[in-house]
Design a protein around this ligand. Structure first.
Ligand code: ARG
Ligand code: ZN
Length: 536
């Protein structure tokens, strides 16, 4: 087993890694983070921004030990109007997400987005429009979108300008005629935004960032609304077209397939059009600009691989592109067929420690991909790939369900690292369980808004899956994982949905197991033994 020493100092890298790099033997960022008192938390300034973020913020809201009892229906926003903004710093008309009450918009179900923007890094302004096909799920005399920062100059419904008011974090829109439930309308918002990569409610930076050579977005969980008026909640998936106009010589890359490039009227710039046909929530958006090469190939099974690599990094990154297929081949028998229509890597010049499962093309920092076959490299690459099943094909219905993303990707990353001989699942789970005994932070199933990406969503939550596996056995466990991705593909689901599926596959009650492991803090002292009868 590989052992790594504790990083000498906390950095932002640790925060992002916190969660990703907590491996057995690694005195993970989280461990260090947890043992740091509020007084000595360092902060860092992100390259390319003036944003200073704390490197380890402790939860400010009291932990809740019981699972939330109400949730928005997957992909159909709750009818609560407005949600009571009783927690968190923002107020607004949300859809009842307990951790992020302002996110989402009652009655609004976006079917399709067209993001049509100009961006020139030397000017530093995002300028354009977003066209949304919105199916309304309620009768509305007024409706909202999430918008916290963009300056909106007009809103049109079905081609006619309507009145609106910027009531941050909402954009409040009043149609000329009341809207009826079941109607679909085209809503166009014209806006400008200045990228600032602001620190989100999660405590981590999110939104649009500039880099030495261009820009990237990292929207999870609430960064989209800081530069794009939208329905910024994971319960609403839509298809997307991106038309990104950048100066000649700059490449713009988004999710999906490249439709084409067209010269702009001003001849000094061109428009890159990308189309994502797989349903996608706002937080999974990929959008990078800079000097990128688009590298296309396919797996032996015919899955298209489309990567975007900084041109001057092409030779160094080729081994990582070559490694994609083996990881997909390893995961498919465990999780089922790769669930999306393509995969690839987007390798950007962001600060190290950042990685994100942007849909169909995961985002990495070039600084983290240095040694092919290295522990951190294999960890990050396998983690973000596994998210394509867990988080992307099926997304969380509420941010409190984040363990459905992060614990699953962490467990997957451990299986891959075991497969290539860099650790074992037994060691990783034992180490993570030991760490959880300290009762640090909120239980995996009930995270705080500002600890969404904390230890108990990642390594601390992967022990929940290990306990489930030992309880119901390998056959049922992998059937649950496969059905979770396959049956729910294209939707957003809750923790309760997962428990229900696990119980139906296992043919037994598992509420005691999940109460103890998912909502208990700390969880039980030891894993169930393989031959033990189910706890439920
Ligand atoms: N989902 C990402 C991962 O675990 C982490 C994103 C954290 N968010 C952020 N704004 N840094 O792979
Ligand atoms: Zn993750």
């Amino acid at each position: 087993m590989l052992r790594r020493s504790r990083p000498g100092a906390l950095t932002l890298v640790v925060v992002s890694f916190v969660a990703l790099a907590g491996c057995a033997g690694t005195d993970s960022g989280v461990t260090a983070q947890r043992s740091t008192t509020a007084g000595d938390v360092p902060s860092v300034t992100l390259p390319g921004t003036e944003t200073t973020v704390p490197a380890g913020a402790e939860p400010s809201t009291p932990p809740s030990s019981t699972p939330p009892s109400t949730e928005p229906t997957p992909d159909t926003p709750d009818t609560t109007d407005p949600a009571s903004p009783s927690t968190g710093p923002s107020t607004g008309d949300g859809i009842g997400d307990e951790l992020y009450p302002a996110l989402g918009n009652p009655g609004v179900d976006v079917q399709d987005y067209l993001v049509d923007i100009d961006y020139d890094r030397s000017v530093g302004v995002i300028d354009g429009s977003v066209t949304m096909q919105i199916e309304f799920t309620q009768d509305r005399e007024q409706f909202t979108l999430d918008s916290l920062g963009p300056a909106v100059s007009s809103v049109a419904i079905d081609g006619d300008d309507v009145s609106f008011v910027a009531d941050e974090p909402e954009l409040r829109i009043t149609p000329d005629e009341p809207i009826e439930a079941g109607d679909t309308h085209e809503v166009v918002v014209v806006f400008t935004a200045t990228p600032d990569g602001s620190s989100s409610l999660s405590g981590l930076p999110s939104g649009w960032f500039t880099t030495p050579g261009g820009s990237y977005v990292l929207n999870e969980p609430d960064g989209t609304r800081t530069w794009l008026p939208s329905n910024d909640h994971p319960s609403d998936k839509a298809t997307w077209t991106f038309r990104i106009t950048v100066p000649n010589g700059v490449t713009a890359v988004a999710n999906g397939r490249l439709v084409g490039t067209t010269p702009s009227d001003d001849v000094a710039s061109q428009t890159w059009e990308w189309r994502e046909d797989e349903p996608m929530p706002t937080y999974l958006m990929l959008l990078v600009t800079g000097d990128y090469e688009i590298v296309e190939s396919s797996t032996a099974d015919g899955l298209p691989l489309v990567s975007a690599v900084l041109r001057d990094e092409l030779p160094t990154m080729q081994p990582f592109l070559d490694g994609i297929e083996a990881q997909i081949e390893f995961f498919e028998p465990l999780f089922g067929p790769y669930p999306l229509d393509r995969y690839g890597l987007a390798i950007t010049d962001s600060f190290g420690g950042l990685a994100m499962e942007t849909q169909g093309r995961s985002l990495f920092s070039r600084d983290d991909l240095r040694a092919p076959g290295g522990f951190i490299e294999e960890l990050l690459l396998s983690h973000e790939l596994a998210h394509q099943w867990f988080g992307n094909a099926v997304s969380p219905a509420r941010w409190g369900d984040i363990w459905l993303n992060e614990s699953f990707a962490t467990y997957a990353q451990w299986m891959w690292l075991e497969h290539i001989g860099l650790t074992t699942v037994a060691d990783e789970t034992a180490f993570a369980l030991e760490n959880r005994q300290s009762g640090d932070g909120d239980a995996t199933g009930s995270p705080a808004a500002d600890d969404l990406f904390g230890y108990n969503s990642y390594d601390g939550g992967a022990v929940v899956l290990h306990a489930l596996r030992l309880t119901i056995g390998d056959d049922s466990f992998f059937e649950v994982l496969q059905r979770w991705a396959a049956d729910n593909e294209g939707t957003s689901r809750t923790t309760e949905d997962f428990i229900e599926l696990a119980e139906s596959v296992a043919g037994e009650q598992l509420d005691e197991l999940f109460d103890a492991w998912l909502f208990g803090d700390p969880p039980p002292a030891g894993f169930p033994s393989v031959s033990a009868p189910a706890l439920g």
